[in-house]
Design a protein around this ligand. Structure first.
Ligand code: C2E
Ligand code: MG
Ligand code: MG
Ligand code: MG
Length: 291
């Protein structure tokens, strides 16, 4: 009998929610608690000047140290965070944490660098300007050392509101980058409408840049266009020496990718920064760590 009623409960349960939504619910609850339990951390990936081999900044990339599942990438939980509205507090945490860290590095005596933080689409819809200026005030970081990355998809809704907010951020002195450039639907009109400082060429174009003539043409066109428009340009996802050579040839000023470094925890970044202070640069011309 017990077995039978157990089976009935199970059936009832199944009719209410399938396994997938149950899993979703479990994840959502875990995500809700992750902030207070301090399970998030930020890894920082160096941006490297292609001419000098110097680190010119870091991109802040969130990780979730899940108690059972281990280290999770943003793709594993950012969509859920966006769907549940938890993205707001999480993003604010990332911003505060990254600004605090960057100021701490400056206070420790490292030459000042820019930290780049990814915004989610939802953030562009809200009190972003107040949040950012509040965090800058509290952390004491100068606005010029903060860059915000938006994707073309992010800003598509309420475009005029977004432009207004980005202009206000720009007035604060914060820098704006377009992330994954070229993958959206309206890249070129964005360039005209948005107060942009930097284009980040999406890694999907960089991947085959040395053996696909279309990708090569697209990448060199974006670099040339950025130059004409006086924008900074960064290539993402640089993994090989050949890709780096191509980009250097095209005078792409900065790169980011596994060739130089994966995203790193704070202490590893500090080792690189020490190296850079002592030797003038962190990386050699082939992406190795400068000895
Ligand atoms: P993204 O902003 O385009 O970040 C670059 C991604 O490419 C990172 O993945 C980075 O680890 C990865 N990457 C870097 N170099 C290479 C390479 O040489 N090869 C390859 N294959 N990949 C490389 P990650 O850390 O998994 O982040 C994925 C995306 O999640 C980010 O893409 C960004 O859109 C989003 N994200 C990360 N952190 C945050 C955050 O704090 N808030 C929000 N809203 N989104 C975030
Ligand atoms: Mg990014
Ligand atoms: Mg990107
Ligand atoms: Mg992205």
């Amino acid at each position: 009998r017990a077995k039978e009623s157990g089976k009935n409960n199970c059936q009832l349960y199944n009719s209410i929610m399938n396994e997938e939504s149950l899993q979703q619910l479990v994840m959502e609850n875990a995500l809700r608690k992750a902030l207070e339990r301090e399970e998030f951390s930020i890894y920082y990936q160096p941006l490297v000047d292609t001419e000098t081999g110097r680190i010119s900044g870091f991109e802040a990339l969130i990780r979730w140290e899940h108690p059972e599942l281990g280290l999770l990438s943003p793709a594993d939980f950012i969509p859920l965070a966006e769907a549940t509205g938890l993205i707001g507090p999480i993003s604010e945490w990332v911003l505060r944490k990254a600004c605090t860290q960057n100021k701490a590095w400056q206070d420790a005596g490292f030459p000042p660098l820019q930290v780049s933080v990814n915004l989610s689409g939802c953030q562009l819809q809200e009190e972003l300007v107040e949040t950012v200026s509040g965090i800058l005030a509290v952390t004491g970081l100068s606005p010029g050392y903060l860059q915000l990355e938006i994707t073309e998809g992010n800003a598509l809704q309420n475009i005029n509101d977004c432009i207004e907010r980005l202009n206000a951020l720009k007035m604060l002195g914060v820098h704006i980058a377009i992330d994954d450039f070229g993958t959206g639907y309206s890249s070129l009109s964005y360039l005209k409408k948005f107060p942009i400082d930097t284009l980040k060429i999406d890694k999907s174009f960089v991947r085959d840049v040395t053996n696909d003539e279309y990708d090569a043409a697209i990448v060199s066109t974006i670099i040339g266009m950025a130059r004409s428009l006086h924008l900074c340009v960064i290539a993402e996802g640089v993994e090989t020496q050949a890709q780096l050579d191509f980009l250097r040839d095209q005078r792409c000023e900065a790169v980011q990718g596994y060739l130089f470094s994966r995203p790193l925890p704070v202490e590893e970044c500090e080792k690189l920064l020490f190296k850079q202070m002592k030797r003038g640069r962190a990386f050699d011309s082939s992406g190795g760590i400068f000895s």
